[in-house]
Design a protein around this ligand. Structure first.
Ligand SMILES: Cc1cc2nc3c(=O)[nH]c(=O)nc-3n(C[C@H](O)[C@H](O)[C@H](O)COP(=O)(O)OP(=O)(O)OC[C@H]3O[C@@H](n4cnc5c(N)ncnc54)[C@H](O)[C@@H]3O)c2cc1C
Ligand SMILES: *[C@@H]1O[C@H](CO)[C@@H](O)[C@H](O)[C@H]1NC(C)=O
Ligand SMILES: *[C@@H]1O[C@H](CO)[C@@H](O)[C@H](O)[C@H]1NC(C)=O
Ligand SMILES: *[C@@H]1O[C@H](CO)[C@@H](O)[C@H](O)[C@H]1NC(C)=O
Ligand SMILES: *[C@@H]1O[C@H](CO)[C@@H](O)[C@H](O)[C@H]1NC(C)=O
Ligand SMILES: *[C@@H]1O[C@H](CO)[C@@H](O)[C@H](O)[C@H]1NC(C)=O
Ligand SMILES: *[C@@H]1O[C@H](CO)[C@@H](O)[C@H](O)[C@H]1NC(C)=O
Ligand SMILES: *[C@@H]1O[C@H](CO)[C@@H](O)[C@H](O)[C@H]1NC(C)=O
Ligand SMILES: *[C@@H]1O[C@H](CO)[C@@H](O)[C@H](O)[C@H]1NC(C)=O
Ligand SMILES: *[C@@H]1O[C@H](CO)[C@@H](O)[C@H](O)[C@H]1NC(C)=O
Length: 644
């Protein structure tokens, strides 16, 4: 404890005054080389920064896979205890247990708790507030679900991490990164677990859980060297949409964030770009970032902004999470609050018949470019149900518009509906500001599907500029619904002209698109591995290929994507990929950070135990050779620390 305290004091005194001024209290608690020097060498080796190792010793550590429990080189109980002792408090190291262990035979079994958990299972808070849980259980490997939802047979850890550090400050993050890197343990980062492809989990990993980093600071007149003067927020990596929006409302401003209530707005969301109910006015969330604080793969804590570490600054604004380091806070621009109006409506083929239903949807497609240009974010679902199909507008979200303006905007559609003899009576509501509108119009979405694969595609504006294009695009959407799949879609235009600071890593395909459409294919719960793989193939190479064929050169949104997205480098980043890869290689020479389809992830693959694409297996080098049972190649010489 006394060593720990001295590290605190040392850390605080070493920081230059100008930087300390903008850091959160938890960012001033840092690991220092001076502190490491006070440890016995064998302990220092566990936690040392990368740059304090002898280069030659590090190079010779060759292994095909990250270590697994049971491998000779997997850290001993003693080493894990040592890790816990270097954290702010030892209880911050959590040995992972699946939540649903209460439902299976074993010490944790508890029928009452299992029942409660089961009834709450589709509520995102159940998963967000848990250290290991993710909202896409298919990619965890479904090894411990509540049995009445999916019977996992036995409850095992599967793709959940082995240990979690519930980080409270920068020091905890540095200790965790250094330990994982120095010991060949897989590292993952979990914030809320919302990622569609399961990127916040990983078998046998040490997980950095950023959920507790909740600080929020408002500047009514932030000034930075780049020339920006105006309101801004600095918010911790764990801050969620509902928290930042409330803070913004308290100060009479808005920030560009997502529609989902529990999404980690300063974590994977903003690092992957971030679309927003304000996107047709302000562009992507990543366009409004003024600076980030982060811990790099070598364990260093740095600021990345328009004048410091500019390559990292470019990369973390759209380049994706879990790639360049652990972000501890993000500073974003804020804008004056504005009134909002929203419209909702449903169409149901059981009431109007299929022909009129599809004519009405086809007429809606005609409106995409105009809606986007008018600043609207319209979020709709087309859901088949047996022989019927419904269209649910939830909502047509119109920032800075009165209900009269919304009525005016919907007028052309209204006349089309009249001529098509389709009853159309949208419910239009006006709100004083963004926060009450967002709260009322975006209900909590349900989670944890165990039998679906999803994919998404960005449809360019040009697809909707001609009748031929609109017909083609409409048919591609309708075919999917006719085949029994639902579509969840967002019509918006996060264009360059409106987006604040566009020189970032956001997928260029967003800039020309007006539609982000998501669909999925379900399999039967009893499906075999072969059956699941063939359903996945039908999605990836069937459904999605048809969408790709009519949107050549466009892309897909990495935060809401197919885990098996082909040619993902182009899909997620277009011509920005080469630059991002160079930045990744520069900052993470040892591939400490790895997530599926993340920048620079090509060299490794999860060898899943069931042959399905998921996190339940070892993370291994793609072209690794000569494996031993421990996954280690050759002898691993004792690493050496440079003389301090
Ligand atoms: C219900 C729902 C609603 C959604 N709504 C929207 C929306 O409106 N707009 C939109 O654009 N997207 C939306 N998304 C998608 C969302 O952007 C992604 O799921 C995103 O990855 C969430 O980030 P997170 O940090 O909350 O989640 P996590 O799954 O915890 O993290 C996502 C990825 O980022 C990494 N990561 C997280 N925090 C950090 C950090 N501090 N430093 C480094 N890496 C980190 C993780 O390792 C992981 O790879 C929604 C998703 C869901 C399930
Ligand atoms: C060790 O790595 C450095 C830089 O990555 C490289 O220049 C050097 O050749 C390597 N040494 C050995 C022995 O492989
Ligand atoms: C669900 O979880 C919430 C807390 O998030 C709790 O208040 C509620 O009682 C739970 N509901 C059930 C049915 O267990
Ligand atoms: C559960 O584990 C037991 C003991 O390891 C094993 O015999 C059994 O086959 C497992 N059941 C399933 C469904 O995997
Ligand atoms: C970037 O961060 C550094 C370090 O905190 C700071 O000195 C500099 O002023 C910042 N640059 C801008 C443009 O704010
Ligand atoms: C689907 O239709 C059936 C009746 O045919 C109905 O009971 C059910 O609620 C519908 N499901 C949805 C999601 O609308
Ligand atoms: C909102 O509308 C007002 C006029 O109605 C306009 O002056 C203002 O620029 C608009 N704000 C945004 C962000 O578009
Ligand atoms: C578009 O589709 C409609 C309905 O099928 C058809 O009448 C029209 O001719 C098509 N237009 C073009 C340009 O193909
Ligand atoms: C799609 O097709 C390619 C090329 O044939 C193949 O490599 C890939 O595995 C297929 N994808 C899926 C999900 O089956
Ligand atoms: C693996 O080896 C193959 C064949 O030599 C090569 O084409 C591929 O690029 C390699 N992949 C990686 C990630 O190194």
């Amino acid at each position: 404890m006394s060593l720990f305290l001295s590290s605190l004091l040392l850390a605080a005194s070493l920081l230059p005054a100008s930087q300390a001024r903008t850091l959160f209290k938890y960012e001033r608690v840092q690991l220092t080389t001076e502190y490491l020097q006070t440890l016995p060498e064998e302990d220092a080796l566990l936690f040392a920064f990368e740059n304090t190792f002898e280069a030659a010793a590090v190079n010779k550590t060759v292994y095909r896979c990250r270590y697994y429990p049971g491998d000779g080189k997997w850290p001993s109980e003693k080493a894990w205890t040592k890790l816990s002792k270097q954290l702010t408090t030892p209880d911050l190291l959590i040995k992972a247990t699946p939540q649903a262990a209460v439902c299976y035979p074993g010490d944790a079994q508890n029928d009452a708790k299992c029942q409660q958990l089961t009834s709450n299972w589709t509520n995102s808070y159940t998963h967000v507030n848990d250290p290991t849980e993710i909202l896409s259980p298919v990619y965890q490997g479904l090894t411990c679900q509540p049995p009445s939802i999916y019977n996992s047979g036995n409850c095992t850890l599967g793709g959940y991490p082995a240990y979690v550090v519930n980080v409270k400050n920068v020091l905890d993050i540095q200790v965790a990164i250094n330990f994982a890197r120095n010991d060949g343990v897989r590292l993952v980062v979990k914030n809320t677990g919302h990622d569609f492809a399961g990127k916040s989990a990983g078998a046998a990993a040490l997980s950095i859980w950023t959920h507790g980093l909740k600080d929020i600071q408002f500047f009514d007149s932030y000034v930075d060297d780049s020339g920006y003067k105006g309101p801004a927020f600095k918010a911790g990596a764990g801050v969620q949409a509902f928290e930042l929006y409330k803070a913004a409302n308290d100060h009479g401003v808005v920030v560009v964030g997502g529609e989902g209530q529990t999404v980690g707005i300063m974590g994977g969301y903003i690092q992957g770009g971030g679309h927003s109910p304000l996107s047709s006015i302000y562009g992507m969330a990543a366009d409004h970032v003024l600076g980030v604080e982060m811990v790099t793969p070598t364990g260093e804590f740095v600021t990345a902004n328009s004048s410091s570490n500019t390559d990292l600054f470019y990369a973390v604004r759209g380049g994706g999470g879990s790639t360049f380091g652990v972000v501890t806070s993000v500073t974003v621009k804020a804008y004056p609050d504005m009134p909002v109006s929203a419209a909702t409506w449903n169409l149901d083929s059981s009431k109007i018949g299929k022909d009129r239903f599809w004519n009405a949807v086809r007429a809606w497609v005609d409106r995409f470019n105009d809606n986007a240009d008018a600043g609207i974010y319209n979020y709709f679902i087309i859901a088949p149900n047996g022989t019927t199909v419904s269209f649910i507008m939830q909502p047509f979200f119109a920032p800075n518009k009165t209900s009269a303006q919304v009525t005016e905007l919907l007028k052309p559609y209204f006349s089309r509906m009249t001529s098509l003899n389709v009853p159309f009576s949208p419910k239009i509501t006006s709100y004083k500001g963004f926060y009450p509108a967002w709260q009322a119009e975006f209900p909590l979405e349900s989670q944890s599907d165990v039998q679906t694969a999803v994919g998404s595609r960005l449809f360019p504006r040009s697809n909707f500029a001609s009748e031929v294009g609109r017909n083609l695009s409409f048919s591609a959407l309708k075919d999917v619904v006719d085949a029994g799949q639902s579509i969840i879609a967002f019509n918006m235009a996060p264009t360059l002209a409106r987006g604040g600071n566009p020189d970032n890593a956001v997928n260029p395909a967003w800039r020309t698109s007006v539609l982000h459409a998501i669909t999925g294919r379900r399999w039967d719960l009893k499906s075999s591995t072969t059956d699941i793989l063939s359903v996945r193939k039908a999605l990836t190479n069937g459904t999605m290929q048809k969408w790709r064929d009519i949107t050549p050169g466009s892309g897909s949104y990495l935060n809401e994507a197919d885990r098996l997205e082909p040619n993902w480098q182009q899909s997620f980043w277009g011509d920005k990929y080469a630059k991002l890869l160079e930045i990744k290689k520069n900052w993470d020479k040892k591939d400490v950070f790895w997530a599926v389809n993340a920048v620079g992830s090509e060299g490794w693959v999860v060898e899943s135990v069931d042959g399905l694409p998921n996190e339940n297996g070892r993370l291994c080098k793609v072209n690794g050779t000569a494996t031993t049972s421990s996954g280690v190649v050759g002898a691993t010489p004792a690493p050496k620390l440079r003389a301090f």
